[in-house]
Design a protein around this ligand. Structure first.
Ligand SMILES: Nc1ncnc2c1ncn2[C@@H]1O[C@H](COP(=O)(O)OP(=O)(O)O)[C@@H](O)[C@H]1O
Ligand SMILES: O=C(O)C1=C[C@@H](OP(=O)(O)O)[C@@H](O)[C@H](O)C1
Ligand SMILES: [Mg+2]
Length: 176
């Protein structure tokens, strides 16, 4: 495979971080999770960043990490759900690699996040109740995820099926 960066995008709860780690073992690529990089770099969890600063600052950190990552090749990157909010991020990702979108409807996302053990990493994004928030955000972001992705795969599959599907995409489209 040519040197490349694979980016996983999609709403929170669609399994980007989980799939990224497992895929990295399968295809022998290193992996980076942008949220984890931010937490290590700034020594604060995401809830603390939002409490001490705001979402604008977090989006700035996200863009900063994304730019550093763009200098590394042969990695698979798990993005945070909001990465597509800044057009410059989408431009970077499009120019530097292939974008895989893990899609899901709000029902599945809510189910996945119901017993979320990672609340500190996923503070609420609005003042709306959780269910309404997810429905609203998905509606706002859906087209962007769709438009910038090179490949889409349903998150409503077993982890093994998703991994097989992505491997098949790589095999048929990225290996020359
Ligand atoms: N394909 C899947 N089937 C069932 N559960 C999944 C699947 N992918 C992820 N999960 C679970 O969903 C939750 C959110 O996964 P995570 O990888 O943190 O998503 P993201 O990084 O997209 O927010 C975790 O509890 C994870 O174990
Ligand atoms: O959707 C979002 O705006 C966010 C998603 C989270 O990442 P995951 O998508 O990995 O949960 C994390 O970056 C932060 O809480 C903001
Ligand atoms: Mg994640």
């Amino acid at each position: 495979m040519n040197p490349i960066i694979l980016y996983l995008i999609g709403m929170k709860g669609t399994g980007k971080s989980t799939i990224c780690k497992k895929l990295s073992n399968k295809i022998n690529y290193f992996y980076l999770d942008i949220d984890e990089c931010i937490i290590k770099l700034y020594r604060k969890n995401i809830s603390e960043i939002i409490k001490n600063n705001n979402w604008k600052k977090f989006r700035y950190y996200e863009n900063f990490v994304l730019k550093i990552i763009n200098n590394i090749k042969n990695i698979i990157v798990s993005t945070g759900g909001g990465i597509i909010l800044l057009n410059k991020n989408n431009y970077y990702m499009n120019n530097n690699g292939k974008i895989i979108y893990l899609y899901a409807n709000s029902k599945l996302i809510l189910k996945r996040l119901k017993n979320d053990k990672n609340l500190k990493q996923r503070p609420k994004l609005t003042k709306k109740p959780f269910k309404e928030e997810i429905i609203e955000i998905l509606k706002k972001r859906k087209n962007k995820y769709d438009k910038i992705s090179n490949y889409k795969i349903s998150s409503n599959l077993s982890i093994i099926k998703i991994l097989k599907n992505i491997c098949s995409y790589i095999l048929h489209n990225l290996i020359k």
